[in-house]
Design a binder for this molecule. Structure first.
Ligand code: IMP
Ligand code: MG
Length: 179
């Protein structure tokens, strides 16, 4: 049974589906007349991105980056490394950077700083989850799916030591699973 490692489900499949459709509409409205260069952060954001892009009706290009701040543990190293090669040119593009969760803010602020150096026409961010109270680096995403309290969550792309990404909902991992 896949729920056995969870305390409880925090956000159901149905809640996610509805909210992702709303985000798609909001993003569509914002980018009227433009083409979006959507850059997704691997691996965590792949499930969210796969659903989000199917709710976006604007022209869209997809590229990927990788950010590592966790290794295989549950606490951030504080110094995320942005790796991977973007294939598409950023200069002059309307970039939408997508991640699974905004936690300390270290990953997204680093990624935004690095991408801005390449002169995009615009750069906005979208995250599925936001744990506001955990922030170390001030950062606000332009679109947030859900604000959540400070629990370690897994599922819908989010992992603990690369496990649980395939769960179709977001659940709170039992603390004994990572202590
Ligand atoms: P930040 O740099 O601390 O904002 O962390 C962002 C990254 O940490 C996310 O892309 C996730 O990979 C990871 N992360 C933060 N909180 C959680 C969580 O509750 N569950 C799983 N991964 C998390
Ligand atoms: Mg991640």
């Amino acid at each position: 049974m896949r729920e056995q490692d969870l305390d409880r489900i925090l956000i159901t499949e149905e809640n996610i589906k509805e909210r992702v459709a709303e985000l798609g509409c909001e993003i569509d409205n914002y980018y009227e007349g433009k083409e979006i260069l959507l850059i997704t952060l691997l691996n965590g954001a792949i499930v969210f991105t796969a659903d989000l892009i199917r709710n976006i009706r604007r022209p869209l290009l997809l590229d990927t980056l990788r950010a590592r701040s966790y290794g295989t543990g549950s606490t951030s190293s504080g110094a995320p490394e942005i790796t991977g090669d973007l294939r598409l040119p950023i200069e002059g593009a309307d970039v939408l950077l997508v991640d699974d969760i905004l936690d300390t803010g270290n990953t997204l602020s680093r990624a935004v700083t690095e991408l801005k150096e390449r002169n995009p026409a615009s750069l906005r961010t979208c995250v599925l989850l936001d744990k506001k109270e955990r922030r170390q680096t001030p950062f606000e995403a332009n679109w947030v799916g859900f604000e959540i309290p400070d629990h370690f969550v897994v599922g819908y792309g989010l992992d603990y030591a690369e496990r649980y990404r395939h769960f179709p909902y977001v659940g709170i991992l039992k603390p004994e699973m990572y202590s």
